[in-house]
Design a protein around this ligand. Sequence first.
Ligand code: AMP
Ligand code: ZN
Length: 473
Amino acid sequence: MKTKTYLYNTLSNKVEEFVPNEEGKVKMYTCGPTVYHYAHIGNLRSYIMEDVLEKHLRFAGYDVKRVMNITDVGHLSSDGDTGEDKMLAGAKREHKTVMDIARYYTDAFFEDCRKLGIKRPDVVEPATNCIAEFIRMIETLLEKGYAYIAGENVYFDTSKLDNYYALSSQKEDELQVGVREDVEEDANKRNKTDFVLWFTKSKFDNQELKWDSPWGVGYPGWHIECSSIAIRHLGEYMDIHCGGVDNIFPHHTNEIAQSEAYLGHKWCNYWFHINHLNTTGGKMSKSKGEFLTVSLLQDKGYDPMAYRLFCLQSHYRKPLEFSYEALDNAATAYEKLIKRVKSVTDEGAVDETVVEKYKERFAEAVGNDINTSMGLTVLYEALKDEANGATRRAIVSALDEVLSLQLNRAWEETEEPEEDKELTTYVENMIAERAAAKKEKNFARADEIRELLKEKGIQVRDTHEGTVWERIC
Ligand code: AMP
Ligand code: ZN
């Protein structure tokens, strides 16, 4: 396929033709989750759109290597050097160790990704695996004069760079440091925008994770992990770096500062940022309003694919407002789409020319700055095409390599094997018994049945339309 891809680049504030450093190959980095809690569906909007970007590039013929970090240390609630350590707060909240919290929420994150059709990146690297490398990078920054030690911490000196604000186009005097009332300015910093590379004089007396370093026992700042992990796995030059728009400043700005100071040349050419999922109250966050997770949506009876479709219907650069009404519309659209796909028979022989034509049109639509709604339009047109069923099925399967809406499931065998039939009967009887128990207000029995089913790998959910069940694998 010879389709070109165009991407909006935050670095140039323009839509640009995407040209990788090495022909046919893409090196891509994604800021991973901070694993102190479940991901909310806003975080997952970012990961869905990054997934589409990766799959589109593969669809367009590139060989993609994608790396993601797992933040299990160093991320403070302010995204800068102030506030609480998110991991420590999570551990305290649940009376567990930081590493237990990290393991649990890393698994939960990938489980959410699986439900939403998000592919696991080729490399997933927890920050705590790479401390020795962070230390080496900080040592080099000190040697090169880009870092200094003050108050027993190591700081990056942003005044050593001419273009610190290249990505974020912020002016220094517009920057508000210490905007939160409970946050003080750090007197050790030479410039307001300087940031911590290594905390030795810990602000948290009870910091659980600490490592030895040339500057004493301590732990790394958040930003250094992404620079170091990206360079470790992708080398000195990278094509695309992704994240939500809140990452532009300070996180990505600081990543560029330290990576380019360390490498001595430009690091990454394209910066891809996804706008936020908002609620009526503003940006969705874990501490504000209803904590919207994929499991919560499932408990309310929504198919995770309805949420994926909801995200694909709008452009990643626009803020997206979440409401149950909007999600209901997407759920209805998804059901209709599955019905239409189901009605496509497999008659005839696949006409490869027609398939190719649609694949190119689709790649062109999505390649225009990841215009997923235009991509969906191409899918709907293919469903209406006069081509035979087999050809239309082949097109749907091909486009779903990028959309990942599990469209193939519409054609899956409906005839159940004998043992499945037995299980279905058992589950349905138990659900009926549970409904009766609930009616009699015997909630203990109802909960017991839910647990019994769970042990058999069955999850039940009470929805507006009644109780539904699914296998948990
Ligand atoms: P975190 O786990 O806080 O490090 O965030 C994980 C990812 O989610 C980052 O790329 C953030 O930029 C992104 N993100 C955070 N909040 C939202 C939101 N409301 N909508 C979309 N993306 C978000
Ligand atoms: Zn990052």
